[in-house]
Design a protein around this ligand. Sequence first.
Ligand SMILES: Nc1ncnc2c1ncn2[C@@H]1O[C@H](COP(=O)(O)OP(=O)(O)OP(=O)(O)O)[C@@H](O)[C@H]1O
Ligand SMILES: [Mg+2]
Length: 335
Amino acid sequence: MALQPLSSLVKQLGSQPIIFVGGKGGVGKTTAAAALASYYAAQKKKTLIISTDPAHSLGDVLNVALSNEKTAITPYLDAIELNPEIIVDAHFAQVERTISGYTNPDMMPKIREHLRLSKSAPGAQEAAMLESMCQHLVAAADTGYDHIVFDTAPTGHTLRLLVLPEMMGAWTDGLLAQQRRQAKLRSVATHLDASNHTDNKNDVPNPFAKHKPDRWEQAVTVLEKRKELFRQAGLLLHDRTKTAIVQVMTADVLPLAETKRAIEQLEETKLTPAAIIVNQLITPTQTDEFWRQRADRQQQLMGDIEQTFNNYPTYPIYLQQTDVRGIEALSALLT
Ligand SMILES: Nc1ncnc2c1ncn2[C@@H]1O[C@H](COP(=O)(O)OP(=O)(O)OP(=O)(O)O)[C@@H](O)[C@H]1O
Ligand SMILES: [Mg+2]
């Protein structure tokens, strides 16, 4: 598929309720995501933009201070900058509540200490962010937004976010199976304890019999809810009529190699991208020798890019004189 005019990008994505913008660091993901969201909002399409990048640049690009809660930028545009610290704290507070539901209270100080340390364990923020992202994804799909645009962190992270719902689903399944086995054991133990009670001369309490089954049930309900959340998010992400993945790159050798790998990985997990944006292109008519050479080099690479990604519509965005900030300038970038 040849290079498409940029004006077709907003048309192509016009019917996609969920748009993920991914790519290598610094290529223009936040700019592209904010431009798409600003454009659709200007067209009176109710739009939500969510940044999953802990670097907080979405607020800078939109010229608005954002937080972990929704901020209304216009009547048609809401924005959220997910805050990993707030999300991790809320996530672990919930884990603690769940665990305290079925654990001997004497154990809780040790467990609390363990949870406190776990907050900074590798992957903890990612898992908590993923859950929050899935919650927003599933909730926003039900709350009447025409578009939900995700501005994501650099490539690897995005890919992990996209495949994690399935992994977390499998992990939760394992945990649920284990809990079911333990619940069975406990019910046998309770039964034995009850039937032995009359002639239990030593009166040794059965440690398994102490637990109240309804507390277990609560813990299982939490896990089952989480599993259902990941299942729903996974379904939305894999539905090509709902979710469009837009890969942003620049016309340079390393971004080309990395984007090729990223797209191969996406294809393997059946999350084929909808479009590729080649950003920061230099207009070919340059008088200055330095800029002319750079523009020529980019034009050569554009040939490779079109060939490499010939299955995907590819859109150019040209390098602007200054950073693109504020909803008017962002929206104008795509027209
Ligand atoms: N087409 C463009 N013209 C001019 N400046 C641009 C363009 N695209 C992006 N920029 C600038 O390049 C810088 C990086 O862009 P941006 O923050 O959108 O990239 P990113 O991929 O989100 O980065 P990160 O990986 O750090 O999140 C910003 O200063 C942005 O204003
Ligand atoms: Mg960014």
